[in-house]
Structure formats: structure tokens, C-alpha cells
Design a protein. Structure first.
Lengths: 333, 354, 270
């Protein structure tokens, strides 16, 4: 494989950045590991949102800007419904709501915009995103709500014998990781083994060919948007329980865009790997390089994590537009 | 019946290439300018000027800027508010650090700074397009947001991070009252809108549109993609930068970096979708629509006796914007400008149907 | 449709030295060899046809000349200048224009603007002059408008001047495509199936335009065409491609008698 050297270079730089604080002795190994784990946990959440993006892009070629709004809406539904009923019932009902939403999107928007350019569809999802934000908050309210998964918030200390003071990790994060892994496994089986999954993959390969062998495109879209809706619900649940359900979830969800760029738009494993790289990268950058930057340029505080993911994606776009695992058919000029 | 072009024969290409080839349109435009300059400043209340007309004018300029890039050159951007920020902070720094600099020069240089930054962030467009470019422009948005929030030099070491501007003075004329600001803005916007119209009907505009419609064919007939795309980014960012400087100095007066967040970028995009992509006139329609709708939503229900909370109003606004975007994309992708053109066509033939 | 004998003699007398030479061009996409070691030349003022069955590499050949595809091997000499890699816009500026098999017009623009865009590479006024529409920019625009109008007259599309090209019927769009290329005032014009999908009448019109361009403007023409009648009638020399190789080259009559060519077109009995 030629032309891979920019990726290797970038990878080497990232790895060097990862190791540098530890190697230079600027950070205690325990603390370094704690940051690393924190980054991985955040990365799992990014991956979850990115998964929704990748699914929809794979099956319908739509770059779904509304994925963030879907996360927020699903989380709001879950939070408010769980006030009145047990969590499992609220989850089921929220999932149903997301399916209805998927159906409406297909009926009212996608069907009318079939065969339009990608950018038009992107703008349509921007519209959906605004609508869903307004609708969700009018329906469910716009305060900060809690989702209680019944997991203790207390941090657990592990590896006490290896590092002085051990390493703090929260149980919640561990649960999130398990949920994400379970979801990915479930999706993998769904795509590989079920008839619907096969149809989905056929549609992703070639819309027209799929249609010509009798796969109903509209039907597939409803399914894939429903699946993305449920993925959004899971992401919203995990995230909402961590940060509280509030409007800012939407902004965090926007981070999934660079994640899918990094992982490749069509790749499920890519979404996971991209999420982890960005989660770890931005945490490391914030904690270890933020202070350096602040000192060097006399900044009013760090906050590198606000743009780190996007800049990384930008650089990646320039050296390898198809992402880590994406297929190499891309609108290149 | 009064809107006819019979008998108006063009005898030269110069006449045929006018911006408004139909006499009635020229009269309408002249009348509009007379009203805008001579009537509006006396009639409009300060509230009307401050709440609607001033923001409308400035946002029109920003929408024209974005439209040059998205509507004419076909390159998407979700980060244009960042270039507004560049214009605003550049103007602020020029005004603070070079006392007594002519405000027109400040505006010009602010626009040039934004153009340079715009061209820089336009470089990815040479390799990627569509959705990928959208994410690349988000990088501009978030990086520049962060830069102005954190790098103290840009805010002149203001402790709160927010900056405020002094009254603008131009050749001894203090631009203070809303009416004075209005006259100044009207002039700037008119000149720049005319310039934009000139650009899109010249060869540079044709090279943008050619790149938009069929990039390979454009290159084959001799259009340099690097030049077409980067000039589109630069000119677009210039307009948006000037708009940003005006937004800071004439509308906000004092602002924080959050004033130019991603929501502003998206709003600009909505303006051109609703107003009409690839239309200078449409940029005005879109800016007007987006400026007026929230105010209508705040006031009409109250007039009708409903009492909507501010919160409900803002949620309603989001829903209406969202629904309208989808509606326009499906029903009339060329926006209000196209509806206007259809209306004119009908009027030309009226009372006959064809 | 057959030009008169004397006209033909005049045309033959005009044909000059090679203006465009291709030597050893090879092009591959991944593992697929699209063109293999192809060499031929095009003489000034002649009409040179490239024929071959579907998938023979004809369009790839034009794309190589255009700079859209970069051949792995070989070189191109145009008007004495030799190069192996060149960007499409540079090729255009050297004087090579092109029409497309699948229409590639600028759909959002009018007929006039499409043709005016063909004049873009000759327009000099800078950004500021254009923005302010200063005298020079306005004069330049008008001067080029005059040239564009000549082409519109030549192609007999005056009535559709301000119509968006997307609304025109296919045959007229093909004319606009030709007009846009002519507006560049090229030395060499590459035509990719200019008559594909046309009815007999439209084909006759297009033939007439191609011959007129060749005669009146002295433009050298390289043409891909499927209609053998047209090719044999109007071209001076023919290159035959099959599976990316050159299997024949010469005057129409010679090529018609070439056994490889007959085999490629009719297939061999296995």
C-alpha cells in the first residue's frame, strides 16, 4: 500500500504525544493512566453517537446532522418518561418514539428528497435537527433532567498495588463501556446474520441495484433510521446519566462528526476506533499539553478539547480522506 | 399591465448586460433607494431601526458573503460565523491599536484579514468536497471561537474576555443615533451588494458557477480550480468579515466570543436556503425573514391574547425554522428569490395566463 | 452532406504538419489496462477520428490528452512542446478544447453564460475591476460578448440565448456544448461522440457544424464517433482502438480494409 506514510506519520506523532508526558516524567504513571482511561471512557460515548452517523450514512448516504438532536431528544424522552414509570418501560416507550420519528422522517423528508445531492440532504437534516430541538424541549421541557440507571456514582479504586494511591475510575463509565460493547456486538450480528441486515448492506453498496432486486428502499430507510434512533437513545441514556440531560448534549454530540471522519463514514469498527482515538487524544491534549500552550502563548485557560477533534479530523481529511477504515470511493476533486 | 418590456429594445450589449434590463425594475430600484435614504430615517422609530433594520442590513451582507461561496461556488461552509468573528476582532484591534484610523479603512482591513483566514480554511476544498468540507469548516468555527476566547492579545487583555467599542467617527461625523448608523450601514451594504452583483455577472462569477455546476468541465475549459475556489472563499470571507465588524461596532457595541458561535453560522446558512441560493436578492430576503420571524413570534401571540413564555417562543422558533428549511429544500430549493422571479414573470404576462 | 470535390481538394491542401503527437501512452486503473502503448499524431487542420468498440479506451484517450487522466507512461507533444503531466486547465490554455459524451454543461447557467464561460480563459480584468465594473472590465465583457454572439449565430441558437441550459432539448444542449468549446478559440477541438443519441436531422446539422468549424476557423478536430457513415464521410484519417490497443491507423478506406479492424467490429468465429 503506497501513500500510507502520512497516516503512519500522523499515527506516530499521536502515539508520541500520548507517551511523551509519561516518558518525560511530567506525569506520574498512575495519573497518566487515569487520564488515559478517562479519555477511553469519553471515547466510548463518542463512538456510540458516531455509530448512529455511520449507520445512516452507510444505508442512505445521508450525513445526518440531526444525530445530536436525536440523542438529546431520546434522552429527554427517557428522562421525563422515567419519572412516571420504571426505567425499562420508559426505555421501551422512548425506543418506540424514535421508531415513529424515523418513520416520519422517511415519510416527510427523505422520500421527497430522494436522489438529491448530499449537501442538500445535509441541510435537510440541519432543519430536522432544529425542529427536533424545538419540539423536544416544548414537549419535555428545557430544564436539566436526570436519568438514574441505579449505578453508584462512587468511584472505584483499582490497581492499588501497582500505583501509589491506585487509579480512580467510575462504575458508571465501566457500565457505559459494557453497554457500548454489547450494542456493537448486537449490531454486528444484526448486519451479518439477519435478512434485514443483508438487505441493508445491499442498499449501502448500490441503491439502484438493491431496488432492482426488489429490496424496498423506503422500508430500509425507516429501519436504519430506527436503529440509529435506538443507538441515539442508548447514547443519550449513558451520557445523560453521566452529565444530566440538557441542551449541551447536542454540542457534545457534534463531536461525533470528526469521529466519523477519522473512522471512515461507512465503517462501524471505524466509528468505534475513531471515537476512542478522539476521546483519548483530546483528554491527553487538554491535560498535558493545555498547560504548555497556556504558558507558551499566555492564554486565558486551556480548552483545547473544544477544537482538538475537529483539527485532527481536518488534518486527516487532507492526508487520508477516506478515513481509517472507510472505502476508497469518495468525492475527491 | 404596467409591468411590460414591450418596446424596450436593446441596441447595445452594454444595455443588454445591465443589472436591471427592464425599465420598470430600474424605476422600482430607484424608488426604493429614495425611500430608504429620505423617508425611512425620519419615519422609522429607534426601536424599529435597532431591533429590525440594522441587524437586517448587516445580516444581509453576511448572507451575501455566504451565498457567494455556497450558492454561487457550491462549496458548503458551516463555519462562517468564525469569519465574522475574525472581521469583528480585527476591526476591534485596529481601532484600539491604531487610534484615529479611518473607520472605512478599518472595515476594509478587517475584511482583508477575514479573507486571508477564509482562504486558509478554504484550502481543504481543493481536495475534498460536500460533506467532508462541511466538517473541515467546523474546524474553522471551533478553532477560531477558541482562539478569540483564549488568546488574550485579541481582546486586548480585557479581564472579562469581552470587548467593547467606542463610538464610530467618520470624517468628523459621529455615527451615534440609530438613524445615523442606519444611513451609514445602508451605504456600505448598497455598495457591497452592488459589487457582489458585479462579481457574479463577471468572469470570476462565471468561474464560480462553473465550478459549482460541473467542476471537471470547468477545469477542461481552462478554469483553475485553485483560483476559483480560493477566491470564492476569500471574497466570501471578506463580506462576512466586514459584516462581522459592523455587527460588533454598529449592532452589539460590546461582545464576547460566544457572539459568533456555530448557531450564527447555521442561521446564515438558513438565510440563504430560505432566501435563495445563488441569488444576491435572495440573501436580502433570507436575512429579512430570519430577522423578523423571531420578533413576530414574540409579538403576534401577545397581540392575539396568547401569552407565550420567552422559552416557548424560542422553541417555537426552532421548530418553525427547522420545518421551513425542510419545506424550502423540498418545495422550492431556490427559495424566496425564485418565488419573486415567478411572481414577476406572472405580472409581466398579466392579465393573460401565458 | 458530401463536400464538393473542389472543397475537398482545398481542405486537403490546408492540412499541415503534425500539431499533436502522442507517443507510447499507457494508462492503467488499478489492475485494468485502459490504454497500452498508443502512439499517433494529429495534423494541423485535419479531422482525425478515433473509433473502436465499446470499452476500447476512446474516451480515456481524450481524457489523457485533456489532462483529466495522467498516463503512467508516454508523452504528448503539442505545438512542439512536450509534456507528460499537465493539468486540464493548462491544457485548455494551450489551445485544446473539448466536448463531452455525457453532457457536462453548467446547468444553472444560461446558454449565453455557458458560452461566455468558454471565453473566461481569455479574460484579464482583476477582481477589483470586476467588482467595481470599471471601464476596462466592462469593455472586456462587451468585447467577449461580441465573440460569444458570433458563436451563437454560427450555431443558430439565438432564440435560446437567455434560457437556462437545463431546459433545452438534448440536441440543442449538444450544440451549446460545442459552442462553449468553440468560445475558447482552440487550435485543436476534441469531440466525444458529438452525434450520440441524435436523430438523422440533428446529426446532419452537427456534421455541418463540425465541417464548418474545420473549414472556417481552421480548427483541427479529433473526433470519437460510433456512426461509421459519419466517420468515413468526414474524417481524413482514422485511429482504431480495441481493448486499449491501437489496431489500425490510416485513411478511412485503408482502415475499412484492415483485417484486425474487421475482426474487432464483427468478432471472430471461435
Amino acid at each position: 500500500m503506497k501513500k500510507n506514510w502520512p497516516v503512519y506519520t500522523l499515527g506516530a506523532l499521536l502515539a508520541a504525544g500520548l507517551i511523551a508526558p509519561l516518558a518525560s516524567g511530567a506525569a506520574a504513571p498512575g495519573f497518566w493512566l487515569e487520564v488515559l482511561i478517562g479519555g477511553l471512557m469519553a471515547g466510548v460515548l463518542y463512538s456510540l453517537v458516531a455509530l448512529g452517523f455511520a449507520l445512516i450514512f452507510k444505508a442512505s448516504g445521508v450525513f445526518n446532522f440531526a444525530q445530536g438532536a436525536m440523542v438529546l431528544f431520546a434522552a429527554l424522552s427517557l428522562a421525563r418518561l422515567s419519572e412516571a414509570m420504571p426505567l425499562w418501560a420508559a426505555f421501551a416507550l422512548s425506543a418506540l418514539i424514535m421508531v415513529v420519528f424515523a418513520w416520519l422522517v422517511e415519510r416527510l423528508v427523505l422520500r421527497a428528497l430522494v436522489n438529491q445531492e448530499g449537501v442538500t440532504l445535509l441541510m435537510a437534516t440541519l432543519g430536522i435537527s432544529y425542529f427536533l430541538d424545538g419540539f423536544g424541549q416544548s414537549l419535555w421541557g428545557s430544564d436539566i433532567y436526570k436519568i438514574d440507571l441505579g449505578i453508584s456514582k462512587d468511584p472505584t479504586i483499582i490497581l492499588e498495588s501497582v500505583f501509589q494511591g491506585g487509579i480512580l475510575i467510575s462504575k458508571e463509565d465501566l457500565v457505559a463501556t459494557v453497554i457500548a460493547a454489547a450494542l456493537v456486538a448486537f449490531l454486528a450480528v444484526f448486519f451479518q446474520k439477519t435478512a434485514t441486515g443483508r438487505a441493508l448492506r445491499a442498499v449501502a453498496d448500490d441503491h439502484q441495484a438493491a431496488q432492482s432486486i426488489g429490496i424496498p428502499l423506503n422500508h430500509i430507510w425507516v429501519i436504519v433510521w430506527s436503529v440509529a434512533g435506538v443507538v441515539a437513545l442508548v447514547a443519550g441514556m449513558v451520557w445523560g446519566s453521566k452529565l444530566g440531560v440538557q441542551f449541551s448534549l447536542q454540542q457534545v454530540a457534534l463531536k461525533a462528526l470528526p469521529v466519523v471522519i477519522l473512522g471512515g463514514f461507512t465503517s462501524v469498527p471505524g466509528a468505534i476506533a475513531g471515537g476512542l482515538i478522539i476521546g483519548v487524544g483530546e483528554k491527553m491534549a487538554e491535560v498535558f499539553f493545555g498547560p504548555v500552550l497556556v504558558k507558551a502563548f499566555d492564554l486565558a485557560g486551556g480548552g483545547i478539547e473544544n477544537w482538538f477533534a475537529y483539527m485532527l479530523a481536518l488534518i486527516f481529511l487532507l492526508v487520508r480522506p477516506e478515513g481509517l477504515f472507510g472505502e476508497r470511493h469518495i468525492d475527491r476533486v | 399591465m404596467f409591468y411590460r418590456e414591450n418596446g424596450q429594445f436593446k441596441t447595445s450589449y452594454r444595455a443588454d448586460q445591465q443589472i436591471l434590463p427592464i425599465r420598470q425594475d430600474r424605476l422600482l430600484m430607484a424608488g426604493l433607494l429614495v425611500v430608504a435614504y429620505l423617508v425611512v430615517p425620519w419615519v422609522a422609530s429607534d426601536y424599529l431601526l435597532r431591533a429590525i433594520i440594522l441587524p437586517f442590513l448587516i445580516l444581509s451582507l453576511a448572507a451575501i458573503g455566504l451565498n457567494l461561496l455556497v450558492g454561487y461556488c457550491g462549496q458548503i461552509s458551516l463555519g462562517h460565523a468564525a469569519f465574522m468573528a475574525v472581521g469583528a476582532y480585527a476591526a476591534y484591534n485596529l481601532a484600539v491599536r491604531v487610534p484615529g484610523m479611518n473607520f472605512l479603512l478599518v472595515l476594509l482591513l478587517a475584511g482583508v484579514c477575514a479573507a486571508l483566514v477564509g482562504a486558509l480554511f478554504g484550502i481543504p476544498s481543493l481536495r475534498i468536497k460536500g460533506l467532508y468540507l462541511a466538517v473541515a469548516t467546523l474546524a474553522a468555527q471551533f478553532f477560531i471561537d477558541w482562539m478569540f476566547a483564549r488568546v488574550k492579545w485579541f481582546t486586548n487583555y480585557a479581564s472579562s474576555g469581552s470587548v467593547s467599542t467606542a463610538t464610530v467617527e467618520l470624517f468628523g461625523w459621529k455615527i451615534e443615533t440609530p438613524a445615523e448608523k442606519y444611513l451609514f450601514l445602508l451605504s456600505v451594504v448598497s455598495v457591497l451588494a452592488l459589487a457582489a452583483k458585479n462579481l457574479v455577472r463577471s468572469h470570476i462569477g462565471r468561474s464560480w458557477m462553473a465550478t459549482r455546476d460541473m467542476d471537471v468541465a470547468a477545469e477542461v475549459i481552462g478554469i483553475r480550480p485553485v483560483y476559483a475556489k480560493l477566491t470564492a472563499f476569500a471574497v466570501s470571507a471578506f463580506y462576512v468579515g466586514v459584516a462581522g465588524a459592523l455587527w460588533g461596532f454598529m449592532h452589539l457595541g460590546a461582545w464576547e466570543p460566544a457572539a459568533f458561535g456555530i448557531n450564527v453560522s447555521l442561521n446564515l446558512l438558513f438565510m440563504i436556503i430560505i432566501g435563495g441560493m445563488g441569488s444576491i436578492l435572495g440573501s436580502f430576503f433570507g436575512a429579512f425573514f430570519i430577522t423578523v420571524l423571531p420578533i413576530l413570534l414574540a409579538q403576534v401571540p401577545a397581540m392575539l391574547g396568547f401569552n407565550l413564555s420567552v422559552e416557548t417562543g424560542s422553541h417555537l422558533e426552532l421548530m418553525i425554522f427547522g420545518a421551513l428549511i425542510v419545506f424550502f429544500l423540498i418545495v422550492e430549493p431556490h427559495g424566496l428569490a425564485r418565488l419573486w422571479a415567478i411572481g414577476k414573470e406572472k405580472l409581466r404576462l398579466w392579465p393573460f395566463p401565458h | 452532406m458530401n463536400p464538393g470535390a473542389s472543397l475537398q481538394a482545398v481542405h486537403q491542401a490546408h492540412i499541415g504538419a503534425p500539431i499533436l503527437q502522442l507517443e507510447g501512452i499507457s494508462l492503467a486503473f488499478g489492475g485494468v489496462q485502459a490504454l497500452q502503448d498508443i502512439s499517433f499524431d494529429v495534423r494541423e487542420h485535419e479531422i482525425r477520428a478515433i473509433i473502436g468498440p465499446n470499452g476500447a479506451g476512446k474516451s480515456s484517450m481524450l481524457n489523457v490528452i485533456n489532462g483529466i487522466y495522467k498516463p503512467q507512461q508516454g508523452r504528448i507533444t503539442f505545438r512542439g512542446q512536450t509534456f507528460s503531466h499537465m493539468e486540464p486547465w493548462q491544457v485548455a490554455r494551450m489551445g485544446i478544447a473539448r466536448t463531452f459524451q455525457n453532457l457536462a454543461l453548467f446547468k444553472g447557467m444560461s446558454v449565453l453564460d455557458n458560452i461566455m464561460t468558454g471565453r473566461n480563459l481569455r479574460m484579464k480584468s482583476n477582481l477589483l475591476q470586476q467588482a467595481l465594473r470599471l471601464g476596462a472590465a466592462e469593455r472586456e465583457e462587451i468585447a467577449h460578448r461580441e465573440r460569444a454572439e458570433e458563436i451563437i449565430d454560427f450555431l443558430e441558437i439565438q432564440a435560446w440565448r437567455k434560457t437556462p441550459v437545463g431546459r433545452l432539448p438534448y440536441g440543442l444542449q449538444k450544440r451549446v456544448d460545442l459552442g462553449r468549446a468553440l468560445a475558447m478559440e482552440p487550435a485543436v477541438l476534441l469531440l466525444d461522440e458529438p452525434m450520440a443519441g441524435m436523430n438523422v436531422e440533428e446529426k446532419q446539422d452537427m456534421c455541418r457544424f463540425v465541417l464548418d468549424v474545420n473549414n472556417e476557423f481552421g480548427t483541427t478536430i479529433v473526433l470519437i464517433e460510433h456512426d461509421m457513415g459519419v466517420v468515413m464521410d468526414i474524417s481524413d484519417r482514422v485511429v482504431v482502438l480495441d481493448y486499449g490497443r491501437k489496431i489500425g491507423d490510416g485513411a478511412p478506406d485503408e482502415v475499412r480494409g484492415n483485417e484486425d479492424v474487421i475482426r474487432a467490429y464483427l468478432g471472430v468465429a471461435h
